[in-house]
Design a protein around this ligand. Sequence first.
Ligand code: F6P
Length: 320
Amino acid sequence: MKKIAVLTSGGDAPGMNACIRATVRRALNRGLSISGIRKGYEGLIDNDFVELKSSDVSNIIQRGGTILHTARSERFFTLEGRGRAAANLEEHEVEGLVVIGGDGSFRGADALATEYSIPVVGVPATIDNDLWGTDLTIGFDTAVNTALDAIDKVRDTAAAHDRLFIVEVMGRSAGFIALEVGVGAGAEAVLIPETPTDLEKVCAKVKDRVSRGRTSNILVVAEGDEAGNAFEIARKIEDMSGLKSRITVLGHVQRGGSPTTTDRVLASKLGWAAVDALLDGASPCMIGEISSSITHIPLRDSWTKRKQLDPLLITLSENL
Ligand code: F6P
């Protein structure tokens, strides 16, 4: 293998730049040349390649977002799109691809590897932490710290006004962020898609606390909870119990900002290991870290197997 390429795809995650940096420097260190592909699979289809040198990735380890830009590509889900992508990789003499992203990006990478025998290695990067085969995905730690900081501030105003707040965090189909920040912020209830949400029970708990003088209450809800989004839940709670609330939707603020040390170090390890995996012929696989050891799993396992929430965290969120 003489030349590889790297791209970031799907929702951006803090630490993607640190991962690009490690991937580029490990590739050069192993005697490979490396191209960056801009805007994820969109750039792969549109032939948007740029040669990367070591100095191109200087001074980016601390920056959120991704210097390569990212996209959610509908076209890559078509045979025609992947055909153009494969042709562009061949034109640039790229013999292996590192894909930094989440499950949607890995599905695309797996299809490309299967249909065109192109070696691919996935690096898990999504604030949702919803990929099997790694304890943490790049970006999760920064996102939960950002959300926690915001909820601590909400707690101040909730306490000052004796109010009920409903704070919505990201997580379209997974409650990892909500559970982590809910426990960390001492929320009165955490509503997540993985466990049934009983709003009658939540209302009873809040009313009981208010009757005991605990007049500030915070509910953390994952955006994918089956009871609805924060606005729908607020309306249902008011209809059921008369409790009025204020709503804070944290949204995309959770995706930005300078990555934490944990994310920078994880991203550096995984970017490094991804290049080694390509050279070792481990494609199609995902690099991860479990109990401080680097792991390789078949790429498909990352989304076909379901990562479980920590049951102890669920117990804590219900009882503390
Ligand atoms: O996958 C990461 C994520 O931030 C989810 O938590 C969220 O539901 C989604 O992306 C939002 O995507 P977009 O920025 O495309 O609206």
